[in-house]
Design a protein around this ligand. Structure first.
Ligand SMILES: [Zn+2]
Length: 294
């Protein structure tokens, strides 16, 4: 990691150690976004993509001004604060050195209520929801977009014409590509390109690469599959690190080994959505077996 990337690393890591009686955990994330903007006013701009079900603005950074739009989103699952830290590490790095030719939208925390109470789930109007099961998909059953946060992110994909997307979770460690849905027909036409992209993204981390269903587990309604299925976005799922509760030093390592890989993914990805991204296989609920939740 270049020295310039380490300037605010201590601040970011410190976020996860500080206890403040007045500020929520999410308030501290927003303060960090504002700091990054203040220190890099030409490159970084704080944005709001909408409000959650409690009316709290979902904030992020828009970094750079290139014609290709890409996305880095963390913390669909509120307890996965390692993903928050890596998203902020990406923001800090990109603000100092934007990705050539790209405008990168970074949303470090999608699930604000879950993040503030260290819970996987988000509080919605219809009760507690798993945000990463709240999108539509070829094998998805039941209601979708029960949460304003997931709808806001889905709208962002359309409004900003996102071409490339990295969604950050903890933990496995792995970087996975579609399909991750409930099927045995997991192959996609772009498999070889995706393998190369996932390898590029893991040069420093040495995480496993593969398709989500085989590497992790099948899940319907996940963002990473939605982005690919709905729009043909180049979409990778990062399952970061080795724990849902990484220590400060583990967080530092997660940032150091993943920020360069996320940058390389955005840089080496094709810059246009794919046209051949529909699911033509058969849905199979039988593969929804594993109970481990990443
Ligand atoms: Zn997760």
């Amino acid at each position: 990691m270049p020295e310039s990337d380490t300037v605010m690393l201590d601040t970011i890591i410190g976020l996860f150690m500080l206890v403040s009686p007045s500020a929520t955990n999410y308030d501290k994330v927003v303060q960090t976004l504002q700091q990054i903007e203040a220190q890099n006013p030409a490159a970084a701009q704080v944005i709001t993509i909408g409000v959650n079900d409690q009316g709290v603005p979902i904030q992020g950074l828009k970094i750079g001004n290139g014609p290709v739009a890409s996305l880095v989103v963390g913390t669909h699952h509120g307890n996965e604060y390692g993903s928050t830290a890596v998203a902020l590490g990406v923001a800090e790095s990109f603000a100092k050195n934007p990705v050539d030719g790209q405008t990168v939208y970074i949303i470090p925390v999608l699930n604000i209520s879950g993040y503030n109470r260290n819970s996987r789930f988000e509080t919605g109007l219809k009760g507690s929801q798993d945000p990463n099961r709240d999108y539509s998909g070829p094998c998805k059953r039941g209601a979708i977009f029960n949460l304003k946060s997931t709808k806001a992110l889905a709208d962002l994909l359309e409004e900003k014409n996102i071409q490339i997307s990295a969604t950050l979770h903890t933990y496995w460690p792995a970087v996975a590509y579609p399909w991750g849905i409930s099927t045995r027909d997991t192959d996609i036409p772009q498999r070889d390109q995706y393998i190369e992209l996932a390898k590029a993204a893991t040069q420093e981390s040495n995480y496993q690469v593969g398709n989500s269903t085989q590497l992790l587990y099948a899940a319907d309604g996940a963002f990473e599959d939605y982005a690919y299925w709905k729009h043909g976005i180049w979409s990778l799922l990062f399952e970061l690190g080795f724990s849902h509760s990484p220590s400060p030093s583990a967080i530092q390592t997660m940032i150091e080994v993943n920020v360069p890989g996320i940058r390389r993914f955005l840089e080496t990805s094709p810059k246009q959505r794919v046209t051949d991204h529909l699911f033509t296989g058969r849905c199979d609920r039988g593969v929804l077996q594993r109970l481990i939740l990443e």
